[in-house]
Design a protein around this ligand. Structure first.
Ligand code: SF4
Length: 490
């Protein structure tokens, strides 16, 4: 039963959040109004595993690394953190991935600043690294390799690299590079401490491995990269690649065979599938959705850009067609979108191409039009709004506040992302950095918006959830409402 290369992560990642992707947001916050064990039970329940300790679903990024290693003939498997003991004496490499190892990224860092309490994701990750099994493996000479979208955070934690014996940090698209490093580790060669994956090491389309076992909530990637090049976003450094429909179908089949009940089409902008510019193309998008529907009744999306929503509907009625294809009469479907700012000035500076094919100065009206289109079609945007970025001025925050007010009639959630200045992160008390009054006002305005829509959304989102989960979240929502009115005057 031994596995030479174990791929794992902590509980806040190794979970399917009861099949409700959005509940995963709770893992980025500290427990509020309930004990930590209950918070974890609601947001990060354990999943069933096989006799080897392999979870039946695993984060997509870990499945990609697993597939790359298996394709290279290396004995590797994703193992649930509670089952590491079964393999640890034989393991030669432990590969670990995470979205937010130390809660330094938004929205975790924002919760930390606002509450002064450490979010559960970084606590849970620390517990993983201090587990006796990991310590034992290290003593036995196993190498620890870490990567994933939060790999950059290790640069701020050099003492933990030493304390926990991390051998290599891989930052960037890791499929090709991880195989090389794991081969080196298995043959006892010296490993580099830090690797920044350069353009020449990024896998080309046909080098991207296809997952072999089920991903969390049926997520399958359809494209990588984004042509908009916003200044604060690392996605932009990756070349744009669209999977072929055959590649996507093979991953859909893997999830279907494993018994996953739906799929989430993942890309930095699903509406640009099959396009090599900022103009959505209806034909590939319709074919993609027909394919997904062939396998799953429930089809969701990860991200849309708001300008693509407006353009696709106004030119091709494409959003209406997608809504007809996917939604029953009283249903909604959610998707993440980025507003980031309500200020045309700031939009011009930090994301000049985000509004394309419209101009950056039109950005607030693009956002409103897209929200209005989605509201009519029962597509629910969960939008991010950034504050705290170095270029931001007081007037920019005011413009964002005005935009949040204008979005009130549209069914949506708006999540403010408070950017802690990178320079501060080296200080271990970084989370004491306080937002300005205007930034606090903006965060309150978002909370007010969300509380306005929350009952409508919770009714839909939780309608098929188990009764205990439904009850816990309802109680939680009423406590948040009460606290918001008592302490924040919302
Ligand atoms: S549109 Fe989104 S994914 Fe693309 S560069 Fe901007 S923030 Fe990144």
């Amino acid at each position: 039963m031994m596995t030479e290369v174990i791929i794992t992560t902590d509980r806040t990642m190794m979970t399917n959040h009861h099949g409700k992707e959005f509940i995963g947001f709770m893992t980025t916050a500290p427990p509020i109004f309930m004990p930590e064990w209950l918070w974890m039970k609601i947001s990060a329940p354990k999943m069933k595993v096989n006799e080897k300790g392999e979870p039946w679903q695993a984060p997509y990024g870990l499945r990609k690394i697993e597939a790359a290693l298996l394709d290279a003939g290396i004995d590797a498997a994703v193992i649930d953190p509670d089952h590491l003991g079964k393999h640890i004496d034989e393991a030669k490499v432990i590969a670990i991935g995470h979205h937010d190892y130390f809660a330094l990224g938004p929205p975790s860092s924002e919760w930390w600043v606002l509450t002064g309490k450490e979010p559960v994701n970084s606590k849970s990750f620390r517990k993983l690294m201090e587990r006796p099994e990991i310590r034992r493996a290290k003593k036995n000479g196993a190498k620890i390799i870490v990567g994933g979208p939060a790999a950059w955070q290790w640069l701020y934690m050099p003492e933990l690299i030493d304390k926990w014996g991390v051998d290599t940090v891989i930052d960037g698209e890791g499929e090709k590079v991880t195989v090389e490093i794991v081969k080196k580790a298995l043959s006892g060669e010296e490993l580099p401490k830090f690797i920044q994956v350069g353009a020449e090491d990024v896998p080309s389309l046909h080098q991207i491995p296809l997952i072999k076992k089920a991903s969390v909530n049926g997520l399958v990637e359809i494209s990588r990269g984004c042509p908009r090049r916003c200044r604060f976003c690392s996605v932009t450094l990756r070349p744009l690649r669209h999977y072929t429909l055959e590649m996507i179908e093979r991953e859909l089949e893997v999830n279907k065979r494993a018994g996953v009940e739906g799929c989430i089409l993942h890309s930095d902008d699903v509406l640009l599938y099959g396009s090599d510019s900022v103009y959505p193309r209806p034909e590939p998008i319709i074919k993609l959705h027909e394919l997904a529907r062939k396998y799953f009744k429930s089809v969701g999306w990860s991200h849309f850009s708001l300008s693509a929503v407006k353009y696709a509907e106004e030119n091709y009625k494409l959003m209406s067609r997608l809504s007809e294809m996917l939604l029953e009469d009283d249903d909604y479907v959610g998707v993440e979108v980025g507003i980031e700012t309500g200020s045309p000035d700031l939009a011009e500076k930090i994301m000049p191409a985000k509004a394309l094919p419209y101009s950056a100065r039109e950005w607030p009206s693009v956002v409103i039009d897209a929200f209005s289109i989605m509201h009519e079609l029962r597509i629910v945007p969960a939008a991010t709004l950034i504050t705290g970025i170095p270029e931001e001025k007081l007037e920019d925050v005011t413009k964002s506040l005005e935009l949040v007010d204008e979005l009130k009639p549209y069914r949506s959630l708006i999540v403010p992302m408070y950017f802690v200045p990178m320079g501060l992160l080296r200080d271990k008390n970084w989370y004491r950095a306080q937002p300005t009054q205007e930034q606090m006002d903006l965060m309150k305005a978002c909370l007010r918006h969300d509380l306005f829509w929350i009952d409508d959304l919770a009714r839909w989102y939780l309608r098929k959830a188990n009764p205990l989960l439904r009850l816990s979240i309802r109680i939680f929502i009423s406590l948040v409402k009460r606290a918001a009115s008592r302490y924040l005057f919302i």
